[in-house]
Ligand binder design. Structure first.
Ligand SMILES: O=C(O)CCC(=O)C(=O)O
Length: 294
């Protein structure tokens, strides 16, 4: 579903049913141009924002393009255009509507840049659910806005979701898929076989490749299975993922399958609560974006 109107109740109903939603053209050219300017000069030594000092080492990256798919976390803490994009009211308003939240903060942002090339390692993003990475989050109302910075077609490896997968029953096999951290994987075929085998559990595996024009944005639910193919196009496929959290989200101690404590990448960077736990409302790292300030 893609519309050109301001999303309303129909959009929220679509998201609840399908686990994803694509807006019409909601982002201005001027902002997308600024974001693209950042990408053309992407350089860890020349940021126009000052990320927290504690992140310096984490955010450093070697010169050059080490992989066909490159992931830069906390991109909105490093570049003004990305911060403006992540906080843009058209995105935040839609995220609030779809999740039924009155107040939202950023949880994290990432640039995912896929250079053209099919047969290379890491050219694809593996099937996964965002919730798998958020086991220390108390909230079920988080959402991700996927913001391509250019027209993005199927052949460029656009975002691909399994329609309605957020409503699949929580069987042992599906729960294992939902908790698998398989954004980066080398065995896409094995992942697909696992999904394919679910058909026998009366689950419909309905693949939707979401083609978007520049200025459109898609949203996906934390339990929606998604990934993306290789970029067979002629230009890089650049997208920003903006993960939103509702105001009630807080750190919740969790354990991995092997019994070790779970953590999110934030946990060593955000400020501490009086009880020593990470504070996911740290305004420096997780700024509030809805309702808009002022
Ligand atoms: O950019 C991609 O291909 C994947 C993005 C993704 O996994 C996400 O936004 O959660």
């Amino acid at each position: 579903m893609a519309t050109t109107d301001t999303p309303g109740a129909e959009a929220a109903a679509f998201y609840r049913q399908h686990g994803w939603y694509a807006t019409g053209t909601v982002l201005p050219d001027e902002l997308l141009d600024r974001a693209n300017d950042v990408l053309s000069g992407l350089d860890a030594d020349h940021r126009d924002l000052e990320p927290p000092a504690s992140m310096k080492e984490f955010l450093a990256w070697p010169a050059g393009e080490p992989r066909p798919t490159r992931l830069n976390q906390y991109i909105a803490l490093q570049y003004r255009a990305m911060a403006d994009l992540a906080a843009h009211p058209a995105l935040a308003r839609t995220a609030a509507l779809l999740t039924g939240s009155s107040r939202l903060r950023i949880f994290n942002t990432a640039l995912i840049r896929k250079r053209p090339g099919a047969a290379r390692q890491y050219a694809r993003v593996g099937w996964h659910c965002d919730r798998a990475y958020w086991s220390t989050c108390s909230s079920d109302r988080m959402t991700t806005a996927w913001v391509p910075l250019q027209d993005t077609t199927v052949s460029m490896g656009t975002l691909t979701v399994l329609d309605g997968s957020h409503t699949w029953p929580d069987t042992a096999e599906i729960s294992a898929l939902r908790t698998a951290r398989t954004f980066v994987t080398e065995d896409h075929d094995a992942l697909w076989s696992r999904l394919d085998s679910l058909r026998s559990e009366a689950v419909t595996v309905d693949v939707r490749r979401i083609e978007l024009r520049r200025g459109q944005v898609s949203f996906h639910h934390p339990l929606t299975v998604h990934g993306s193919g290789a970029n067979h196009g002629a230009i890089a496929r650049n997208a920003i993922s903006v993960h939103y959290q509702d105001a009630a989200n807080r750190y919740l101690p969790a354990t991995e399958a092997d019994g070790t404590p779970a953590s999110y990448v934030h946990d060593e960077f955000v400020r501490r609560l009086p009880n020593g736990e990470p504070d996911y409302a740290d305004p420096e790292i997780c700024p509030p974006v809805w309702p808009p300030a002022g």
